[in-house]
Ligand binder design. Structure first.
Ligand code: SF4
Length: 146
């Protein structure tokens, strides 16, 4: 990973280096869960079903570097698409910074504790099932809070 500038997370998203962009993620794992979109209304419902690559115990991608090879439609979050991902959780660091809001206290860049995202109840670690075991998505609709 490249150099991270001091307090880089306070800079506009557009000014972040690639390494800083990657480091902004709080590791909650919410974007690695399946969603169900209503064909007619476009409404999106959340599920507790995780991508097959997500390690459900710690909410980390088990093969981040090669994920596109295994999951071609894995979304790569970039500045360009930030207006098109309204389903990201309110707590998502990219969403917050895109709205020029500060990171929450528990974010590891602020708290220094990568586990704090779990204690804050934001991480999906231990709360999801893998798509390889889940069966029909419709049986797994949940509301994540926060
Ligand atoms: S929802 Fe945002 S903060 Fe959470 S894992 Fe995905 S990109 Fe990272």
């Amino acid at each position: 990973m490249g150099e991270l500038r001091k307090r880089f997370w306070e800079l506009p998203l557009a000014d972040l280096s690639r390494a800083e962009w990657e480091a902004l993620c709080d590791g909650c794992g919410r974007c690695c869960l399946h969603k169900i979109e209503d064909d007619e209304t476009g409404a999106i419902e959340d599920t507790n079903v995780a991508c097959k690559l997500l390690d459900t115990e710690n909410a980390r991608c088990s093969d981040y570097r090669n994920r596109k090879a295994f999951v071609p439609d894995c979304l790569r979050l970039t500045l360009r698409i930030m207006d098109d991902v309204p389903w990201l959780p309110r707590t998502c660091a990219y969403r917050l910074r895109h709205a020029d809001e500060p990171l929450p206290e528990w974010h590891y860049l602020i708290s220094g504790d990568p586990e704090a995202v779990k204690h804050a109840g934001v991480s999906v670690a231990g709360r999801v099932v893998s798509e390889t075991d889940a069966g029909p998505l419709e049986h797994h609709i949940v509301e994540w809070n926060p």
